[in-house]
Design a protein around this ligand. Structure first.
Ligand SMILES: N[C@@H](CCC(=O)N[C@@H](CS)C(=O)NCC(=O)O)C(=O)O
Length: 138
């Protein structure tokens, strides 16, 4: 059984789990509880990933993989799936699409942290608005 440090609020974790479901390997992933936070380090995750971020996956052979990009490619390889073609333009297109998805999540997360992780006097509305606009632009 693979083990995944999991958080229901993490869009990166959701991306990994959507890939796992599409690839038919989600049943082989045990979800481990965690409390990733940019200030309060969760040592349970840090034992897998020195950045202490989720998602982090331990494979059946004991390899610790992060971040979500690496995990998604790994799952794809496991099931010889169609999500990441191994060569040619199709590969670069799929990796670029993933970079776009990650960029949208990065922007949304920065906006969220601005208000959930920073003390009130350090919050910057313009910064959060600019991040959120990234996820609304075409
Ligand atoms: N590039 C990473 C980003 C992961 C990430 O930032 N995860 C957040 C949760 S959504 C986290 O663990 N934050 C804790 C921290 O910043 O230390 C990925 O794609 O997996």
């Amino acid at each position: 059984m693979m083990q995944l440090f999991y958080a229901s609020t993490s869009a990166y974790v959701r991306k990994v789990l959507v890939c796992a479901q599409v690839l038919g390997v989600d049943e082989a992933i045990e979800r481990l509880d965690s409390a990733a936070h940019p200030i309060e380090r969760d040592e349970r995750i840090a034992a897998f990933n020195p950045l202490a971020k989720v998602p982090a996956l331990r494979t059946e052979s004991g390899l610790c993989l992060y971040d979500s990009r690496v995990i998604c490619e790994y799952l794809n390889t496991l099931s010889q799936g169609p999500l990441f073609p191994t060569s040619g333009e199709a590969r670069w297109t799929s990796l670029t699409r993933q970079a776009l998805a990650d960029g949208l999540i990065d922007a949304a997360l920065l906006a969220r942290y601005e208000f959930s992780a920073r003390p009130l006097e350090k919050q910057w509305q313009e910064w959060a608005d600019a991040q959120l606009k990234k996820s609304q632009r075409r």
